[in-house]
Design a binder for this molecule. Sequence first.
Ligand SMILES: Nc1nc2c(ncn2[C@@H]2O[C@H](COP(=O)(O)OP(=O)(O)OP(=O)(O)O)[C@@H](O)[C@H]2O)c(=O)[nH]1
Ligand SMILES: [Mg+2]
Length: 218
Amino acid sequence: MEIKVLHQVMDWNEDVSEEVKKTLSAHHICMINVMGSPGAGKTSLITSLIGRLKDDWRIGVIEGDIAGQVDAERIAALGIPAVQLNTDGACHIEAMSIQRILPGLPLDDLDVIFVENIGNLVCPAEFRIGEALRITILSIPEGDDKVEKYPLMFTDTDCLVLSKYDMMPYFDFDESRVRANYGTVNPGAPLLRISSRTGDGIQELSDFIAEHIRKTQL
Ligand SMILES: Nc1nc2c(ncn2[C@@H]2O[C@H](COP(=O)(O)OP(=O)(O)OP(=O)(O)O)[C@@H](O)[C@H]2O)c(=O)[nH]1
Ligand SMILES: [Mg+2]
């Protein structure tokens, strides 16, 4: 019986996710769901991407955290419209939260919305929020076994970013292990190396994202 209830909740989230998708598509907005562990470098990556993308595209950000507004303040300091969503304990963002937030954003003046999901390698992967693109971040210090341990986060994504790549010399991180496992669970999906600290790889990821924004503009 409990499994049935869970199934209904998930279906309901999928319905709302489709509604959010329609709203965004009517405004030609590409929404990007950024997922990864706590501290993987999600906000740093979004900040770096804003630096590359802001001259060409109008950007908004929804910052998801269990509590606090530190990340939204980091984004707002860049002059970018930012909303902080506090889940008050929930380990993921649901489509309903996005649906409630969207009317408060200047949708007619945005081309792309980054959503920083709650730091977690499990729950966010299970809930679609109406996004056009999913990016999963795995930072080098987290270890090379994560694709095997948390497969859904790597299966159900459009791009895997190996972040904090500048830390590679200091960790025993076997990139070939990650590539092999990711290639098995998500064949053909791109894997990019980036460092928000040095800026390496940010241009490549910006180009990948810009391609998706352009598609949404059609
Ligand atoms: N060396 C290095 N450190 C980084 C890099 N990116 C982020 N960091 C550091 O990692 C820490 C966490 O970065 P955040 O961007 O706040 O990570 P987050 O995933 O947004 O964290 P939560 O929102 O708390 O889940 C900070 O101390 C950053 O300075 C990177 O590319 N290289
Ligand atoms: Mg953050």
